[in-house]
Design a protein. Structure first.
Length: 115
């Protein structure tokens, strides 16, 4: 049975919960957590965790158990910009299984596994 689509409030609350969790895990490591949106709004990455050495991990947050190719376009764009400074990229979902996509190597991680 397919999951019901989330409403805007549920989506915002899910993204806030994931952001809070990532901030809590990043802080003891001396990493910062930020959000990226280009000036003209063409690209947006929900969370970028940057280590003190400047290298980072990027996350998209999707309040869905499924990942569509369109959900990954900003992560693949950022990979092209940062190259080796982007250590990894992942989508945080409401799904139940973690895996790495064969097509592009992007990780898919259920929020429940963040802790």
């Amino acid at each position: 049975m397919p999951a019901k689509p989330a409403n805007a409030l549920t989506c915002a609350l899910f993204e806030s919960l994931v952001t809070l969790s990532v901030r809590v895990y990043a802080e003891p490591l001396g990493a910062t957590v930020s959000h990226l949106r280009t000036k003209n709004g063409d690209h947006e990455v929900d969370l970028i965790v940057t280590r003190p050495d400047g290298r980072c991990v990027a996350f998209e947050v999707k309040s869905s158990p499924y990942v569509e190719p369109a959900d990954l376009k900003h992560l693949t764009w950022l990979r092209g910009i940062l190259s080796e400074d982007l250590l990894d990229a992942a989508v945080i979902t409401t799904g139940t299984a973690a895996y790495r996509r064969r097509e592009d190597g992007i990780a898919v991680i259920p929020a429940v596994l963040l802790g």
